[in-house]
Design a protein around this ligand. Structure first.
Ligand code: TXA
Ligand code: MG
Length: 335
């Protein structure tokens, strides 16, 4: 079915919300220049209002309308990785509303790599670009605050509902997201690049383009980057990370206690006779990222009492998924 772009653009122009696919996760979008529309995003998600949102734009040429003092290395990163799973934090233009920046002097910008998201952005621009004419779509991940990001349209529906009486009147369906975890965030507003959130684009990829290793700011718990809160991306079921060596013993012990155990592994194949819900994910970080959030959701639905996850290798290529897993464990099981 062709996505209903006309309705999506009409809703954005009317200050309403539209959920749409990106290559990372589904976003919950609104006209980024319309504070009343942006406020609806925070209400729908239950997200604290001082958390800044990413503004999605159609291409490099829109950057100067949202940001100023853009350093040369930021242009190099855009050239190399946009459209794609990279968000750049830049000094904002004075007009950019506090509603979208959380009152900060910076704005997060990204050109998403999903054809449907790009087409929505282009059509929004062609229709006049919203209240500012600058055609930015503010969009956090389309989940309730702190929960697992959606990687299919069905996940968005489950998180936020849809339809005339819901806060989200329209969800555009673009199939499952190719990447599956949120974009890499690089702060370009401090004179040198600083990775605020790891993702599919790794520090080594950034270094190959800009010629120096970016700094990495690890979780501070500061709400400035909500993905940096220790507890985030979390299922409702408690979770444990267990090393490959201890996995079978641990699961057996859980069974003897009478627990209904869910298992997510990547090396250890499911064992015959173990009556658990067992998902074996691909043993490479790209495949694993693609499937991780759907697997956590499945475990939540199945009503298991504990999600046991086989620990990941301690290597840079696994850093982004390991980061999401750590936060999921920290936030899991909370009401
Ligand atoms: O892949 C993604 O980035 C997805 C898709 C929809 O684009 N979006 C996403 O948005 O993950 P959200 O809101 O769930 O996470 C965006 C992160 C937040 O942690 C937010 O705090 C940070 O970006 N952020 C946005 N603007 C910022 C700014 N000016 N300074 C620092 N952090 C910022
Ligand atoms: Mg999010």
């Amino acid at each position: 079915m062709t996505p209903d772009f006309d309705r999506a653009v009409a809703l954005l122009r009317a200050g309403e919300l539209v959920a749409f696919p990106t290559e990372t996760v589904y976003g919950l979008g609104a006209d980024a220049a319309n504070p009343a529309a942006v406020a609806k995003i925070f209400a729908a998600k239950g997200r604290p209002a001082d958390h800044p949102l990413i503004v999605h734009i159609c291409g490099h040429d829109a950057v100067d309308r949202w940001a100023e003092q853009v350093p040369a290395f930021a242009w190099e990163l855009m050239e190399a990785f946009w459209p794609g799973p990279l968000t750049l934090i830049l000094k904002k233009q004075a007009w950019v509303p506090d509603a979208v920046t959380g009152g900060q002097e910076t704005v997060g910008l990204r050109v998403p790599g999903h054809p449907l998201a790009l087409e929505l952005l282009r059509r929004f621009a062609a229709s006049g670009g919203g209240v500012s004419g600058q055609a930015g779509i503010a969009a956090p991940s389309a989940n309730r605050f702190g929960r697992i990001s959606p990687t299919t349209a069905a996940h968005v529906l489950e998180e936020l509902g849809s339809g005339p009486n819901s806060r989200v009147p329209l969800i555009l369906d673009g199939g499952p997201c190719a990447v599956g975890i949120e974009s890499t965030i690089v702060d370009c507003s401090r004179g040198e690049p600083v990775v605020l959130r790891p993702g599919h684009i790794a520090p080594a990829h950034l270094e190959a383009v800009i010629g120096c290793r970016p700094l990495i700011e690890t979780a501070s718990g500061a709400p400035r980057v909500s993905g940096s809160l220790a507890a985030h991306y979390a299922p409702q079921t408690p979770m444990r990370l267990i090393s490959s060596e201890r996995l079978l013993d641990f699961i057996n012990a859980q069974r003897h206690k009478g627990d209904i155990c869910g298992v997510i592994s990547h090396n250890q194949p499911p064992q015959a006779g173990m009556p658990h819900l067992w998902r074996m994910l691909p043993a490479d970080p790209i495949g694993y990222a693609h499937d991780l959030y759907a697997a956590l959701r499945e475990m939540d639905h199945a009503g298991v009492s504990l999600i046991t996850v086989e620990s990941l290798p301690d290597s840079p290529v696994w850093a982004a998924v390991a980061d999401r897993l750590r936060r999921a464990v920290a936030g899991a099981g909370q009401p």
